[in-house]
Design a binder for this molecule. Structure first.
Ligand code: NDP
Ligand code: MG
Length: 368
């Protein structure tokens, strides 16, 4: 049985993974768990899963007689024997967790797209060096990985990421200044954590995913496209150079990409699609109303540290918006203004990434 560590076990990705274990959709042995501050849920999940090593990352956890409580992830991971780590941590903090997992030689089922966006310039080399496999959990990238399987790179004409368009897909721009936090959190098809839900409303999530896809599949900006597909049934597509289009479809449920990243023989992970009442629509993204998506393509062309500056700016701006301290348009503008700096030096280490990240955060804070 595979030995699995679940980081961010109290979040949306973590709980979906654990529900899949409860539902017997995967048989794994959970050897380590982490949460940031939700200590009660962390201990309760550990006991339910008979897991004896946990880490609370925000503060020191209370000692337990039956569970070893680590204060930092590095200690926990270096004391564990594991096959694979599911990284479901939200935000930039997930990058260090990914690096630590790779350094232990564990495979990495990576939901934390920030790891790739911010550390993409060295993460994959490090993984090769430690013989660690990186498997994308993001539904679009999980679909793309299936679609490109067995095809030589020269046959891939384009990766086509689908996106629901979020709750403001049809909202006129004049009304963006009245958008509330509650409206931004109400994602039409996926139930996710708060940060990624706001990112889905601004299309910053799709922007991060475009960058993620470029690193994961080694393809430039002009081979990546985005199509808006409100029903989220087509998880992504590829176009081969002969012009044919291939899609992965299914009901929107993260169980499939999470379980497929962790085990090789998943069966009946999601309910079959009901074709009797299925109507699928596609449209072009509106780059004028959702400028962060357009920014992703220019970031890919710039390279340097623009991607990590974008992520930092987005985290700061989104949390300011969630705290109701700025409006939706102010959130977008602060990100755009942060990216006006050149951000031309690509980080080659985690330390350089940290320094650039805090520089970008400081700048964004001055704009919101
Ligand atoms: P949630 O906010 O629901 O959960 C985040 C988890 O990470 C919680 O367990 C939380 O612990 C922990 N956490 C929060 N901050 C930190 C920190 N600074 N250091 C360590 N741990 C921390 O997020 P999601 O599950 O929605 O998203 C997780 C990641 O997966 C993100 O990168 C997201 O982009 C990606 N993703 C998510 C999808 C989804 O369907 N939700 C789909 C595709 C990708 P605590 O509960 O104690 O605060
Ligand atoms: Mg996604």
């Amino acid at each position: 049985m595979k030995k699995v560590v679940i980081l961010g076990c109290t979040g949306s990705i973590g709980t979906t993974a654990i529900q899949a274990i409860r539902d017997k959709k995967m048989e794994v042995s959970v050897v380590g768990l982490s949460a940031h501050s939700n200590e009660k849920a962390l201990f309760s999940l550990a006991r339910e899963l008979s897991c004896t090593s946990v880490c609370l990352t925000a503060r020191k956890g209370h000692a337990q007689s039956d569970i070893t409580v680590f204060d930092d992830l590095s200690d926990m991971l270096s004391n564990l024997e594991a096959d694979i780590v599911l990284n479901g941590i939200a935000g930039f903090a997930g990058l260090e967790a990914s690096l630590l997992s790779i350094q232990q030689g564990f495979d990495l089922a990576l939901a934390n797209k920030e790891s790739i966006v911010c550390g993409g310039s060295y993460l994959f080399d490090l993984a090769r060096h430690h013989d660690s496999k990186i498997i994308a959990v993001d539904s679009e990238h999980s679909a793309l990985a299936e679609l490109v399987k067995g095809r030589p790179p020269h046959e891939i004409g384009a990766l086509i990421l689908t996106g629901s368009g979020g709750p403001f897909r049809t909202l006129p721009k004049e009304r963006f200044s009245q958008i509330t936090v509650e409206q931004a959190l109400a994602h039409p098809t996926w139930k996710m954590g708060k940060k990624i839900s706001v990112d889905s409303a601004t299309l910053a999530n799709k922007a991060l995913e475009v960058i993620e896809a470029s690193y994961l599949f080694g393809l430039p900006a002009d081979k990546i496209e985005v199509v808006i597909h409100p029903q989220s049934v087509v998880h992504s597509m590829i176009r081969t150079v002969d012009g044919a289009l291939y899609a992965q479809m299914g009901i929107p449920d993260m169980t499939l990409p999470i379980v497929n990243a962790l085990i090789d023989d998943g069966k009946n992970l999601v309910a079959p699609l009901d074709f009797s009442n299925l109507s699928l629509t596609f449209e072009k993204p509106d780059y004028e109303r959702f400028p962060l998506l357009a920014l992703a393509f220019s970031i890919l062309k710039r390279r340097g540290s623009a991607a990590l500056a974008f992520n930092a700016a987005d985290e700061v701006a989104v949390h300011t918006f969630l705290d109701r301290k700025c409006t939706y348009p102010q959130m977008i503008r602060a990100i755009e203004k942060t990216l006006e700096k050149p951000w031309d030096s690509a980080p080659s280490s985690f330390e350089e990434t940290l320094a650039l990240d805090s520089e970008a955060r400081k700048l964004t804070r001055s704009y919101v």
